[in-house]
Ligand binder design. Sequence first.
Ligand SMILES: Cc1cc2nc3c(=O)[nH]c(=O)nc-3n(C[C@H](O)[C@H](O)[C@H](O)COP(=O)(O)O)c2cc1C
Length: 171
Amino acid sequence: MNSIVEYILARRSIRKYTEAAVPRKLLEQLLQVGMAAPSASNRRPWEFVVLTEPERIRALTQVLVLGRYEPKAIIVPCGNLTRTLPWPASSFWIQDCSAAMQNMWIAANGLGVGAVWIGIHPLKPFVRAVQKALGLPRHVIPLGALYLGFPAEQKAPRSQYDSQRVHWEQY
Ligand SMILES: Cc1cc2nc3c(=O)[nH]c(=O)nc-3n(C[C@H](O)[C@H](O)[C@H](O)COP(=O)(O)O)c2cc1C
């Protein structure tokens, strides 16, 4: 049994996938760990769009020019602006959805599924294009896309620890 630290160090961006579909039960498990993430005042301002149909996946990957890979499933965590804290805390939806994304990514890798985060927010043209592709209303903002599939490439675990980035007690 690996320790939690080993799982975190083993999380890598996997962009090549086998033809095998990602089972629905596994996707549901990822959604469970996603929604277990912390959120500011526990507002949970998130919603998740899950794509498994090849045509829909292809349509989204065409829109995301930095994500032209061939995942077998995609989860898009979105911030619903009607569920956020009031201004100026409203932007916490970004951290909230990022925490959910990271939980799902680590869990996916730990369960043997390759994954990569494709950035959407705050790039406005990407946000608009993804809203259109997924039929999202204007107040539902896609944070990023978690591409998923069984890995067809291997990457070694690693830490990128750099002691110069650490400031003990004072900067
Ligand atoms: C906010 C964010 C946006 C990213 N966007 C992309 C992307 O558009 N395309 C891509 O191939 N990888 C993307 N990545 C993955 C990074 O390139 C990757 O995490 C980084 O190179 C470190 O490699 P590792 O994930 O294997 O540790 C993104 C990662 C984050 C956190």
